[in-house]
Design a binder for this molecule. Sequence first.
Ligand SMILES: CC(=O)N[C@H]1[C@@H](OP(=O)(O)OP(=O)(O)OC[C@H]2O[C@@H](n3ccc(=O)[nH]c3=O)[C@H](O)[C@@H]2O)O[C@H](CO)[C@@H](O)[C@@H]1O[C@H](C)C(=O)N[C@@H](C)C(=O)N[C@H](CCC(=O)O)C(=O)O
Ligand SMILES: Nc1ncnc2c1ncn2[C@@H]1O[C@H](COP(=O)(O)OP(=O)(O)OP(=O)(O)O)[C@@H](O)[C@H]1O
Length: 516
Amino acid sequence: MELHITPALALLREHHLLDHVSNLTDFTATSVSYDSRKVQPGTLFFCKGNFQPQYLASARENGAIAYVAEKEHPEGGDIPAIIVRDEQKAMALLGAAFYGYPQNDLFIIAITGTKGKTTTAYFADHILAKSTDKHIALFSTLDRVLGNQPGDKFKSDLTTPESLDLFHDMRVAVNNGMTHLVMEVSSQAYKKNRIYGLKYNVGIFLNISPDHIGRNEHPTFADYLHCKEQLLVNSEICLINAETANFTDVYYTAKATTQPENIYLFARRGAKVKLPAGVEVDFEYRNDLEDLHESEFELAALTDRAKKLQLDNRYTTSVPGDYNEGNAVAAIIASGLAGAKTADAVATLDHVHIRGRMEMINSQHHGTIYVDYAHNYASLKRLLAFLKRQTNAGKVTVVLGATGDKGISRRSGFGKALTEEQPDEVILTTDDPGYEDPMKIAREIDSYIDHDKVSNIQFEMDRETAIKMAIDESQNDDIVVLAGKGEDPYQKIKGQDTPYPTDVKIAQDYIDQLEK
Ligand SMILES: CC(=O)N[C@H]1[C@@H](OP(=O)(O)OP(=O)(O)OC[C@H]2O[C@@H](n3ccc(=O)[nH]c3=O)[C@H](O)[C@@H]2O)O[C@H](CO)[C@@H](O)[C@@H]1O[C@H](C)C(=O)N[C@@H](C)C(=O)N[C@H](CCC(=O)O)C(=O)O
Ligand SMILES: Nc1ncnc2c1ncn2[C@@H]1O[C@H](COP(=O)(O)OP(=O)(O)OP(=O)(O)O)[C@@H](O)[C@H]1O
């Protein structure tokens, strides 16, 4: 891989990003990096984010051949300085060019939404693994999978990687023979222009509700919505959940750049959807059976173009929860648009397992324990509403805390969801308190709970003890929900990722100990 200065400057000019160049020489970069510690001779270095000038000095020492920045830095010495109007945009464009536009060799399904991205991504990944004979790459919050060898799979640090990492990983996937990619797209990725210029074959918009609003994330809900909608602007085919909040706004954003015949809508049968005149729902689904272990639903095409995909069928998913039916439907349709057949979905959706999403631990005498990543109002509300509908379920106990230093609105959100859904017992505990006092966070959540509706509330700041308390107090048909942490093997405390065994391990070990 390489990038010559002439096409690099032409690309930046074309996008109106080039301000000026100093110390111009003829060079070809043989590496690109935004991290001075990874610079090697021949690297084009990007000064981005919380950049410190000394990083540029050390990049030069390590052999940087030129740098891209929003202003000149004396530490750059006499190497070429490419001064741009937007560093992140420039980095994304030059990154794609350096890695030879790997996106052109992939059918890309991109997924956004406040909730359900990871679940939908795993559903689509399973369907497409079958239909493409495992030529499918996955960029998710949990894992990044670039091929089928053991070394091609690793844990993700970000939901949507930094642009240079994104295009690098796409290139590796293409070189590994992958033909399709399923990727989650976070609103931050648009905010930070990590995916500037990237186009998708199919873009899925699942839902939106207030989240990720605050310091270091989005200043307002409008900004959050705007960032999420950029996914549709960049998609050749748009697939939208007609039940999403802000639907009209979302639909017209899609329509601004996509012909209406390439915008597909789906909704649950009977859902109250408000569509603009002349716009129809293309697919509807209806639940046939839901229980605590799986969901069975029927998908039906309503419009002629939807019928052409031949996806009408009854499907079973192994991840319970009515909201996961919507996620599965999105995955089935998107995969169908990528060439998968209904049989590929039927054969795969009933054995998808996603770490930290409705992970179920069965016990003989202490009910069923669910570990679920529900960590805001929308997800906790949907989860508890689903569990409440299971008529054979006994007492429901919820163990949860809220993160410190960010997502402050989640505290009132939890209080609201608990008040509305009224579990029998709540144990407030610790969940990534950061620099805050977990007891203070717990008291704040408690202050938003209506105690006339939910009266059995306990405080136990040691999460392991809280989980054991919930299990001790449950029996037979009872349900214990361990919410918020999902599969995290750490607690974020005072800037450190403090090792934590995971909710699943604690619960499973304790059940094993109680029932051996
Ligand atoms: C606010 C934000 O987007 N921050 C991201 C950003 O940080 P940054 O650019 O400021 O980088 P930094 O780590 O402070 O360092 C500054 C620069 O100096 C460089 N450096 C640093 C040290 C050194 O010795 N030499 C050197 O060159 C670094 O490589 C970097 O280029 O770029 C980093 C990667 O280069 C990310 O890890 C970091 O994400 C932080 C950790 C983060 O938590 N981001 C969250 C908010 C996020 O993006 N989340 C979304 C999901 C949430 C959603 O759904 O919206 C996600 O996509 O994961
Ligand atoms: N469509 C949905 N609507 C509401 N809640 C959902 C939906 N899908 C999943 N959830 C809930 O949200 C939690 C997180 O799901 P998932 O990881 O699929 O979403 P995500 O969009 O990737 O989340 P995040 O951005 O927080 O990583 C699940 O554990 C579940 O409780």
